[in-house]
Each structure stands twice: as C-alpha cells, then as structure tokens.
Ligand binder design. Structure first.
Ligand code: LAG
Ligand code: CA
Length: 472
C-alpha cells in the first residue's frame, strides 16, 4: 500500500483541484501522458452538501457515496478512469469517511439526495445517529481520543469501529478499485483510529486488470503532524504513505529566504521527515495554500518565483513521492472554482495556444518550469545526488548521477560560475527557461565541455536544470 503504481518512467501526482471528470480525461490524453506525469488526484467524487455560494470546502461534506458532484457523475468518472489508465496515467481519489455533512436542518446534496442533520440521518447511504460518535467538539489536540472521536469543525463524526460503517466504506472504495483507480488520499486520517483504518484497508480488493496481478491500492493518508500533538504521523506509516506537511513547511521556509538553502544538503529524514517511501510530498495543498497547516509561510502560485524554485527542488531531489498542486485563482479563502453564476456549473479550463490555462484556472502543472522538472525527475530516476555545491548561503547545485544537473539561485543578484555538471560533453537545453524542440532550445542553452564543466548564468531567484534527455 506504499507503491503508487506509476507506469515506468513516470512520476508525480497532479491534484486537479475541482476539475470536471471530462476535462481530466482530456488532460490525461493530451497533456499528462505525453509529458510523463504519473497520475492525478481528483477532488472528492461522492455526493456532497450544496453549501451557499458553493465554496470549495463543500466537497468535504458528504451526503452519500453515490458518485455525483459538480465534477460529474458515475459514468463520467468511469470513462475518465478508463481513458487515463489507457494512456498510462493513474487516478487517485480523495476519500472523505471521517465524517458526514454538517448543517442546521435539512441539507440538499449534489445528486438530489438529502440529509437531516439534527437526527444525523443520511438516507442515501443510509446512516443514522447510531453510526456516529456522540456529539463533542475537538478542542484539545493533545488528547488523541478527542481528536479521533469528537467532531472536526462540527462535522458529524462517523464511528469506524462499527462493522456497518466499515462495510459502507469498504464497499465504496472497492467499487472504485474495480473501476480501475490506483489508490486513495484518505482525508482526515488523523481523526480516525489507525486500527480501524487497518481493518478497512485490509478488506480492499486488489487493483483491477490495469495493474500487475496482486497489486494493492496506493494509500496516502492526510495526517497533519508538525510536532507537539498527541497524534503522530508514524502511527500511520505501516498502513500506507502519509502526507508530509513538515516537507511543505520547511521547503517553503527555505525558498522564502527564511532558512538558508545550504542546509538542504541534508534534506530528508535528518530534517525530521518520514522515510522517503512513506512520504507523500508537496509544496502546497488545497488547504494550506489558503490557511491550514504552515500558515502564511507556505509558498503558492501567488509567489511564482519562489514557488517555482521550491517545486523544482522537490522534483530535482529524490526524496518522497511528489504531488503537484493545480489550482484555480482565488481572492478569499472560501472561494469555489470558476462557475457559471446562474447554473453554478463548473467552468472548464481553457487552454491557450502557449499551453497555459485561462478561465480562472492556474494550472501550475502546465508551467514550463514545472513540467520541465517532471521530465528531469523521470530522466534521473535511480541516480544519486552527487557533487553537492553551495556558496555557504542561498545558492546550491547538485548532479543526479551523470544524467542531470541543477542549480538554484535564491540570492538577490544573478550568479555566473563554472560548474561541474557531471554530464557528458555537448549542448543541453535548460528545462526551466524553455524546452528542447527538435534540435533547438526554446530557452537557455548550456554547453558542457569534455571535462563536464560549464559556465552557467543563473538569474536571481531562479533555477537552471539540464538533463541527458534534453541534449541537442
Ligand atoms: C481535511 N483534512 O483533514 C480537508 O483537507 C479539509 O479541507 C477539510 O476542511 C477537513 N479535513 C474536513 O474534511 C474543509 C474546510 C473547512 C470546512 C470543511 C467542511 O477547511 O473550513 O468547514 O472542509 O466543509 C466548513 C466551515 C466550518 C464549519 C463546517 C461545518 O469552514 O466553519 O463548521 O464547514 O459546517
Ligand atoms: Ca473521527
């Protein structure tokens, strides 16, 4: 349950936050597959409460396990999974089973279902009040029982120790496995008992015929552990991978200039991060890009230069399984995805001729620098970091075996130096400022001499990255 099942020579999970299934299917075929991405994470797919003004967070308020949201219905979902698998891109579903929707009285769902919250009644599962913990609020994060058995922001808390509840969750997840998904993000895993999750995971089917026989679903569990609380991320690593929020915070701190880059030489477990195989890593996610864990330190698309450096470091360094956030623009934290004002339907991203998105979508995964580094990571897979260099401050460089070289300059001034690139003699395209197109570079060209040396100029707050797949 620690293997993401990427196709060979693919890496990275893109979270296509609130995208519609039809658009994701097209993105798999036209962009993610040709550019070497490993998979997509989709926003919760089951029926959710319709919340006034349609904030993004309504997707975290389940009404039932029927597949019907503003992203599409069961048919759309199945078609998407088939299409993505067919072109070698895996699908991971965000699973919300810690709780059900909150509200004052009757709440309407995206599939026409309803729930009556005062009775904790969700007839389309069905759940009634006997399936939930007693009502109490989570206030004390030093009390693990409270964190697991009370209500997260007032959301009625399911009791996963009950066989009936376990069976509803297992049936839902097995249905998705049989459709061909590769795994799951477990929302709010911190708020569920590891033992209950273990029972649930062990009852999951092996993956479908898009996978090697006997493959287990990849599971990455959302456990926010920045230290100092009762619940620890290590309680969950025997069950699956864990979202490493400390990675997000520390990488953001470093590339914001709040911690010198030279310290990244020891990046990994020495920083208090989980062992690599258990670690699902990201610069920002849909929560902490707004407020959430890490707060104002977290880098997002709103700080493009620093953000690109941080994402490039994540992808250049072998640690962890990386996830790329793909956002929509927002001005206030509750703001939902671009939608038609009268029908409230989500508006599809529109792709411009230069490959970037519009219609309110950021599409970080289509930024030249980020997609370029996906190519880098795929090319240098299995190669160790070699020849670490730093200026004792905020400029660093390293090789990945003799297949890739990258240099980061987070100094206020441009940097020009002769580097040992570990690469063979020849001309290479920098995959940050452009890409290789036929026999030319659309961005900076780097020439390496017979000794592997190259004079490289790196602008302030930027990156240069070259690899053997971008040789001309
Ligand atoms: C998660 N991980 O543990 C998600 O990543 C996170 O996005 C979810 O919270 C949370 N768990 C519950 O699934 C989000 C928003 C909350 C929102 C909640 C439910 O961050 O702000 O709460 O989803 O939609 C909202 C209001 C609360 C209110 C609650 C219940 O913000 O003030 O109490 O709804 O009505
Ligand atoms: Ca709980």
């Amino acid at each position: 349950q620690h293997n993401p099942h990427f196709f060979p020579n693919r890496t990275g999970i893109v979270h296509l936050f609130e995208w519609k299934f039809k658009d994701i299917a097209r993105e798999c075929e036209t962009y993610l597959s040709p550019n070497g991405f490993g998979g997509v994470q989709v926003s919760p797919i089951n029926e959710n409460a319709i919340v006034f003004k349609r904030p993004w967070f309504e997707r975290y308020q389940p009404i039932s396990y029927r597949i019907i949201t503003r992203s599409g219905d069961e048919n759309d979902f199945r078609n998407m999974v088939t299409k993505c698998n067919t072109v070698g891109v895996r699908v991971y579903v965000d699973i919300v089973v810690n709780h059900m929707a909150a509200g004052n009285g009757q709440v309407n769902g995206t599939g026409g279902g309803t729930a009556f919250i005062p009775d904790k009644s969700y007839p389309n599962v069905p759940y009634n009040e006997t399936h939930f913990h007693e009502t109490c609020a989570i206030n004390d994060y030093n009390n693990a029982v409270e964190v697991r058995n009370c209500e997260l922001v007032g959301l009625p808390d399911l009791d996963q120790s009950l066989e009936y509840v376990r069976a509803r969750i297992v049936n839902f997840m097995n249905k998705l496995i049989d459709f061909g998904v590769a795994g799951f993000r477990m929302d709010a895993a911190k708020h569920m008992w590891p033992n209950d999750l273990s029972v649930i995971y062990n009852r999951l089917n092996n993956l479908s015929n898009y996978f090697a026989t006997g493959s287990r679903p990849f599971i990455y569990q959302e456990v926010i552990d920045l230290g100092g609380e009762a619940v620890k991320k290590t309680e969950y690593i025997s069950l699956g991978a864990v979202t490493e929020f400390k990675f997000s915070l520390e990488i953001s701190r470093a590339f914001r200039g709040h911690n010198e880059l030279k310290w990244l030489k020891s990046w990994g477990v020495k920083w208090g991060l989980l062992p690599s195989k258990y670690s699902l890593v990201f610069v920002d996610n849909h929560d902490n890009q707004r407020n959430g864990a890490g707060g104002s330190e977290i880098l997002t698309y709103k700080f493009p230069k620093m953000y690109v450096m941080a994402v490039a470091f994540m992808l250049a360094h072998p640690y962890g399984t990386p996830r790329i956030m793909s956002s929509f623009f927002f001005d206030f934290i509750d703001q939902g995805p671009p939608a038609n004002v009268s029908t409230e339907e989500i508006i599809s991203p529109k792709i411009l001729s230069n490959g970037t998105c519009t219609n309110g979508w950021v599409c970080e995964h289509r930024w030249t620098e980020i997609v370029g580094m996906i190519g880098f990571r795929n090319r240098v897979r299995g190669e160790a970091i070699a020849n670490w260099w730093d200026n004792d401050n905020n400029a660093i460089a390293f090789c990945r075996g003799n297949k890739g070289f990258v240099v980061f300059n987070n100094e206020p001034d441009d940097l020009q130096l002769t580097f040992n690139t570990c690469l063979s003699r020849g001309n290479y395209c920098d995959v940050i400022s452009g890409r290789k197109s036929g026999n030319i570079c659309t961005g900076q060209q780097i020439s390496v001499n017979e000794k592997g040396k190259s004079v490289i100029r790196i602008k302030a707050q930027s990156v240069v990255a070259v690899h053997s797949g971008a040789k001309i």
